[in-house]
Design a protein around this ligand. Structure first.
Ligand code: CDP
Ligand code: MG
Length: 138
């Protein structure tokens, strides 16, 4: 079981001014912020990040959305980080997300669902390496 996960606060949540409130919840739930930056993803980078979904009907909309405004990208550390963070963010579809989860509180829709969380230890490492160099981790 790994101890890091990767997250992004998605454009609509950044635009809504919810980033601080979301990071407060993240820290209150004992995740340590290892790395953090605000970045506007290029279409190339967003396409690559979501490449596993390239054959899904929502892919082009997803890439367009994720490049529509800046995001916050972060590496988080905690025991059992991936699973505990998925629990904290809630279901992909906010109408199915449990009370108190970040998506229940902040998501606008299935597409604009406020936040990303890695789905496995392997992807947590791949996604962290995709966004951060080793000298950007503390
Ligand atoms: O983000 P998560 O791992 O919960 O879901 P995913 O299945 O890996 O999908 C990635 C992202 O694509 C979601 O977070 C949504 O923003 C978007 N999506 C969508 O717009 N419509 C769907 N039917 C499924 C996902
Ligand atoms: Mg996913």
């Amino acid at each position: 079981m790994g101890n890091i996960t990767f997250t992004m606060i998605k454009p609509e949540a950044v635009e809504a001014g919810s980033s601080g409130a979301i990071f407060k919840i993240i820290e209150e739930n004992n995740f340590r912020i290892v790395s953090l930056k605000k970045v506007l993803l290029s279409a190339e980078k967003a396409s690559k990040f979501y490449e596993v979904h390239k054959d899904r009907p929502f892919y082009s909309e997803l890439v367009e959305y994720m490049t529509s405004g800046p995001i916050f990208a972060a590496i988080l550390e905690k025991d059992n980080a991936v699973l505990d963070f998925r629990e904290l963010i809630g279901s992909t579809n906010p109408s199915e997300a449990k009370d108190g989860t970040i998506r229940k509180l902040f998501a606008e829709s299935m597409a604009k669902n406020a936040i990303h969380g890695s789905d496995s230890d392997e992807n947590a490492i791949i996604e962290s390496d995709f966004h951060f160099d080793s000298n950007e981790r503390f």
